[in-house]
Design a binder for this molecule. Structure first.
Ligand code: ADP
Ligand code: MG
Length: 695
């Protein structure tokens, strides 16, 4: 192992830079591989174009004739770009993306062919995708269905068609189907609330901008670490003398090899229509970030998967390996995927953007307060939505921030909410300036100089959007975004009902709104936290406030199945109880597999690499001790070292043996939840640190 690492280091150090052509003018290639609206407008008869556009904008169905026309146009366009195959591209519950390529070539006619029916629906042999038991109890097969709201694109030589993946009985088997439904739910609920203010609002779209963090290391160094290869993270190792304590990496100058890599993958991403715009060094050594400009949530989600895939492929070209795991290296910062989220109306108003007009600020406050309230009520569900074996190392572990959900809004907005809560009793007479009396007339000024930032908050308001920072670097953002939109949809629905009730009692509309908001501000106060989210005091304080702190994923997943969650998902037609149960089975199973792999890698490395290396060293020391003795020189220190190594070897051997025995016991547990908890507590909890320390 040691030799292998020396070789890897030598190779990494002697690498020459790969030639990268200058990226050139982005406007010349942005979206060049995307079959978007402009391409369709050019290639489709106006009648068909209108129908597709309507499907994209308003979610209407595409009729078979239109589908045929689109298929035919997409085929010619793709073939012109060198495509030979097409695939329904989807996001099964493995967390990755899936594709099965079919050729355009029709052996019967000897021509390239692509029909509307093949565009609209396909039946991939889905038996190897996780279904959490749904397929065995219902139907053996599933099908993929075209999602026109996310554009097709050519990737390599394949036309990729974004689709959803469902079982024959209609249960969602992917990440995207529920996301689309949650987005629909929040659209409906938010539109109703907007209409209290402005009847022109007929649609509200959820937007998402994803900051993706990642580590990059040389391919040879990666290959020399079986734990990185198998588990995505290093299970052994110790802190480097110089890690991130000098804070000199963040926003520092980007090393040339990485810079080449960035330019290269960004160009590929831009061609695919992914609007990447920001790049910089992150906090940990060799950690970086890329962020596209925000887009409609389902497009942003597709783009994130595609970006990660592109980054992995391009890294290969540069002899690099990109790591998205939430915690590849203990002791260094973990990897997150900050989900910047907002709601934007068809009239162009960002509902989280404070404005110059006091009246519009009431609209802002409505959405602002409702979101905070939703996070408070459904904190456990939101926590569940970001839970994974990988993220457990990043949240709730000993060196990481706790897994407590809280909202940071900055001191000024806190002040506004406190004032509103206090002054709510102020009587507003006809002709009064209600906004002034309630202290909500001054938001725009204070936001402008609100430079508060809190890097330790899992859910932070950042001026005109909320930033969900607790999402793991390797996760498909669809799960947290499904939950966030679902809970906000439910919260807004309740708000609308309460305001209507007040109004029926004869309360003036604005006052009804204010009175419900005041109630919410009071009720959700506990979730607002401005301090250091990484501190021990916060853990204590949160407990006093009655906030949950669920440290591990197997238990966090439970929240998906509690009464409130079932209600939200059911009421808004997002996921049925069967689907939620199935998904949790998959989550527990995946958790088990991941910890099992880590545990196996540990055992293998310890027994076959670490112990032999230690023994070889020990033998050298024994020779040395003998030699010293022969010469009549004191050899106490050496003997001591031999003893220490001997003790560690015994510990490693004993604990690995015990861990394996424990695995055998746990593997017999049939219930996935119990098994996952056993893997968490009795394998990871009891053995990982002990073995790591001895190694
Ligand atoms: P920071 O590092 O300061 O948090 P970045 O510029 O790195 O910010 O990333 C912010 C992300 O938020 C970008 O993807 C950006 O497009 C996105 N964003 C900006 N405004 C909105 C909005 N209204 N809704 C959703 N995302 C937004
Ligand atoms: Mg950020």
């Amino acid at each position: 192992m040691a030799l292998l690492r020396f070789k890897a280091l030598e190779r990494a150090n002697n690498r020459s830079r790969i030639k990268v052509e200058s990226p050139g003018k982005i406007s010349e290639y942005f979206g060049k591989d995307v079959f978007g609206l402009p391409q369709m407008r050019g290639l489709l008869a106006p009648g068909y174009y209108k129908k597709v556009k309507n499907a994209i904008d308003n979610g209407t169905k595409v009729d078979p004739d239109t589908a045929d026309a689109v298929a035919s146009a997409a085929k010619s366009w793709a073939i012109d770009k060198g495509a030979t195959h097409y695939t329904h591209w989807f996001q099964p519950l493995t967390g990755a993306t899936a594709e099965k390529h079919d050729t355009f070539f029709d052996y019967l006619t000897g021509l390239e062919n692509f029909k509307g029916s093949a565009l609209v629906q396909q039946e991939p042999d889905a038996s190897s995708f996780p279904s959490g038991g749904i397929r065995s109890t219902f139907e053996a097969r599933g099908y993929t269905a075209w999602d026109p709201s996310s554009p097709m694109f050519v990737y390599g030589v394949t036309l990729c068609i974004p689709t959803i993946f469902v079982s024959y009985t209609g249960e969602a088997l992917d990440n995207k189907a529920p996301l689309l439904k949650a987005v629909e739910a929040v659209d409906e609920a938010a539109t109703k609330v907007c209409q209290l203010f402005d009847k022109k609002v007929t649609r509200v779209k959820a937007s998402l901008g994803i900051e993706q963090e990642y580590f990059v290391i040389d391919k040879a160094l990666y290959a020399s670490r079986p734990d990185l290869v198998m588990a995505g993270r290093t299970v052994f190792g110790h802190n480097p003398a110089r890690g991130q304590q000098l804070d000199d990496h963040y926003f520092g100058s980007i090393p040339p090899r990485i810079y080449d890599y960035m330019k290269d993958f960004e160009k590929e991403a831009l061609k695919l229509g992914i609007p990447v715009s920001t790049r910089h060094n992150e906090v940990a050594p060799s950690q970086f970030e890329v962020a596209p400009v925000f887009e409609d949530i389902n497009v942003a989600t597709d783009h994130n998967s595609l970006l990660m895939d592109t980054m992995s492929k391009v890294a290969e070209r540069h002899n690099l390996k990109v790591l998205f795991h939430e915690k590849p290296f203990a002791g260094l910062n973990g990897t997150g995927k900050h989900n910047n989220w907002s709601l934007i109306t068809n009239t162009g108003v960002n509902l989280f953007q404070p404005s110059n007009s006091a009246k519009e600020n009431l609209l802002f406050l409505t959405f602002f307060v409702n979101t905070i309230k939703a996070v408070h009520v459904y904190a456990d569900l939101l926590r569940a939505s970001i839970a994974s074996a990988g993220n457990d190392h990043r949240l709730g572990a000993n060196e990481a921030p706790p897994a407590i959900m809280s909202v940071f809004i900055g001191s000024q907005l806190n002040h506004v909410l406190d004032e509103l809560e206090k002054r709510g009793n102020v009587k507003v007479e006809k002709g009064d300036n209600m906004y002034m009396k309630l202290g909500i007339d001054k938001i725009p000024q204070i936001i402008l100089d609100n430079t508060d930032r809190n890097r330790t908050s899992p859910f932070a308001f950042t001026g005109n959007k909320f930033e969900f920072r607790a999402v793991g670097g390797n996760e498909n953002p669809a799960s947290p975004m499904t939950v966030l939109n679902a809970i906000v949809a439910e919260q807004l629905t309740q708000f609308h009902e309460s305001v209507n009730k007040e109004m029926k009692k004869g309360t003036e509309k604005r006052l009804a709104i204010v009175s419900v908001l005041r109630k919410y501000i009071k009720e959700s106060k506990a979730i607002r936290f401005e301090g250091d989210g990484y501190s021990d005091e916060w853990v204590k304080e949160a407990e006093k406030r009655g906030l949950s702190n669920i440290n591990d994923s197997p238990r966090a997943f439970d929240a998906y199945l509690n009464k409130e969650s079932l209600e939200v998902f059911g009421k808004h037609n997002i996921l049925s109880q069967t689907e939620l149960e199935a998904r949790n089975e998959i989550r527990w199973e995946s958790y088990i597999m991941k910890i099992q792999i880590e545990s196996r890698v540990m055992g293998d490395l310890a027994r076959n690499h670490i112990v032999p290396t230690a023994i070889a060293y020990q033998n050298k020391l024994i020779k040395n001790a003998q030699g010293l003795k022969d010469l009549g020189i004191k050899n106490g220190e050496v003997l001591n070292t031999i003893q220490v190594i001997s003790d560690h070897i015994s510990t490693i051997k004993r604990e690995v043996h015990n861990m394996i025995e424990e695995r055998k016991r746990i593997n017999k547990i049939e219930n996935n939840r119990e098994k996952a908890i056993a893997y968490c507590d009795d394998i990871k909890g009891k053995y990982f640190e002990k073995i790591r320390y001895a190694v």
